[in-house]
Design a protein. Structure first.
Length: 193
């Protein structure tokens, strides 16, 4: 991830981040935490705008109400993480990230890159996924009830056994490789190849 001089990331190690957070600091904008082990960490309400969290281990972390807008989280491990109650992941890059079993209820994921991400068994009740790129993502068994997926790219996505009750799919794109739950109405969706 290239940065201009004014956008250069501040190198922060795991222990320093936790110490500063516990002392009351919440703004870690543009922090460089690539490959950091923050598994199980409490970072509730942290501000990680444009932070580098590539390949970071955030499994089981409390990230409720966290701001990860435009963060680079490619390949991050977020299994079982809590990212609900207004967490903002808009325009973040979560390609190839593992969010299996994560709670993203009510999270903002507008224009988020989730290509190839594992979201199986994740909880995305009322999540905002408008224009998100979910190509080739695994959403098998995921709860997407009442999620807004307007304009999302669902080409090649596995939604088999996903709960899409009340989900908004207007303008969502899919292709012949997209796997849908049986009996789901595809009204308002767009078949593309």
């Amino acid at each position: 991830m290239a940065h201009s001089t004014e956008e250069r990331c501040e190198q922060v190690d795991e222990q320093e981040l936790i110490t500063r957070y516990q002392a009351g600091e919440r703004d870690f904008s543009r922090a460089d935490l690539g490959a950091a082990d923050l598994s199980g960490a409490d970072l509730n309400k942290a501000f990680l705008f444009r932070a580098n969290l590539q390949k970071a281990n955030l499994s089981g972390a409390d990230l409720n109400k966290v701001n990860l807008f435009a963060a680079d989280m490619r390949g991050a491990d977020l299994r079982g993480a809590k990212l609900s109650r207004g967490a903002n992941l808009g325009k973040a890059d979560l390609s190839k990230a593992n969010l299996s079993g994560a709670n993203l209820s009510g999270a903002g994921l507008r224009e988020t890159d989730l290509t190839g991400a594992a979201l199986n068994r994740a909880f995305l009740f009322r999540a905002y996924l408008c224009e998100a790129d979910l190509r080739e993502a695994d959403l098998h068994g995921t709860n997407l009830s009442e999620a807004d997926m307007s304009g999302a790219d669902l080409r090649g996505v596995d939604l088999s056994d996903a709960n899409l009750d009340g989900a908004i799919l207007n303008g969502a794109k899919y292709n012949s490789r997209t796997k849908w739950p049986k009996g789901l109405s595809l009204a308002g969706t767009i078949l593309t190849e």
